[in-house]
Design a protein around this ligand. Sequence first.
Ligand code: ADP
Length: 544
Amino acid sequence: MQGLMMNVPLVITDIMRHAERCHAGTEVVSFTVDNPRHRTTLGEVFRRSRKLANALTRAGMGLGDRVGTLAWNDYRHLELYYGVSCMGAVLHTVNPRLFPEQVAYIINHAGDRLLFVDPLILPLVEKLKPALSSVEQVIVLTDDAHLPASAIDGLRSYESFIAGEPEEFDWPDLDENTASSLCYTSGTTGNPKGVLFSHRSTVLHNYAALVGDAFGCTRRDTILVVVPMFHANAWGLPYAGPTVGTRMVFPGPKMGDGATLATLIAEEGITLASGVPTVWQLLLNHAREAGVRLEPLRKVSVGGSACPLAVMEEFRERHGVEVLHAWGMTEMSPVGTLNTFPWGFENWPKAEQDALRVKQGQPAFGVQVKIVDDAGHELPWDGRTAGIVKVRGPWVCSDYYKLGHPSESHAEPGWFATGDVATMDPDGVMQITDRAKDVIKSGGEWISSIDLENVACGHPKVLQAAVIGIRHPKWDERPLLVVVPRAGEAPTREEVLGWLQGRIANWWMPDDVVFVDSLPLTATGKISKLELRKRFTGYVLPTA
Ligand code: ADP
């Protein structure tokens, strides 16, 4: 027997319609090149999304056409999020921090016909333009007064592109499985791979992002969207905010600038924020040096790489801010697990609290997880056995866009192999020990670089730490600890190793410590182990 419930398609258009009726007055604040404190409302954003949809139609865009963006977080990018997807075209958010050849590869592979570009990123597009085979027109996200001079043919401003268009647009009735957006993974090995989201996956992911223990958006909050809108749909916040009427603040190109973020938090009354750990380290540094308290911030969501305990402690103890540690990836829209604390957690001994804090948490409802060995056999959830993480769910990708060959990650039907290695506690709390490609294999056993980094970061003189495996004649590989000291501090090798003593298993002790000024970052702001390994190719450990 079938249930007697309406089969209403799950489409992003309905998020927009709902927000327009219920939250039209909710403010949206952006830092843009032409205005460091632009103010508008959701109602105005959606009015302009309709003008945009008319302009896109006039430019020949229709169902399934790819529209690229090379843009920072601001209200115009938000208009594109809705205008493009809701008219049935595909919003392709391109990461401008990738290598230029990769940017060109991605745009050509996606077949983007129009490209919307931030003025600050235009020089990159000018350089690449001759190689962009599918791009018919480049539109700069500004007005005519601020349009940079350029050699690109037919270049125009966003404001002139939508000017004069009708404010009404008849949004099409889309099938819920229609593609809505496209985002390429950074492709640390081989070419970047495209993840093609659908209206349905986006709406279901939105429900998961909105449960109380997730990002925590409410109608009384203001969220600082630091995670870039070219990175996994900015974790779904551009949809979650309008759904419940959260005030949104977009930092534009200033997302890596601790001082600007601190100013926005204070002046705009930010209560929630989301981003990768490296950004939070910059903000905390600034706050420490400037002697400011991050008020009224109450909760920060951290994901993209493991959040060091020291970052969580500084947020909590100096600023009274709760940290939500989350794990996910572009292929998962991106939410996979959320680390929340059970009833009575406040009364646990500190060591036990800390042990839970550093974990990545339980699967969000809708995501199924298993860990497997190299042969694909499922491993127990005993908190000790580490295995490859596989996932499934309605917002997990079922294949890559136009890959051209079978996807190895989807070799097991119905499951996606994430490439991460983790343990699972009996109650489903996951702890990532490494990316499979970063695992350190010493004498046939795995050493978790993430655990070591976490403990090292707890040393008061250590700002950042990264651990990589270095060839060793006896053990195959042994850990090398690379440390960035805090400003004005000069920790010694012995001090750092002494700190690790008793905090980690003896056989995990790094064979050497080196001090550097900074660590190489990936295009998504994470520490690039690949680059670091390259830097230390041929390094000889004192124990070798
Ligand atoms: P990229 O490959 O460009 O970094 P993603 O953002 O999709 O793109 O990266 C996802 C990966 O980031 C995950 O597979 C995992 O290795 C890592 N990651 C994400 N969140 C966490 C976390 N909380 N702890 C540890 N690793 C994480």
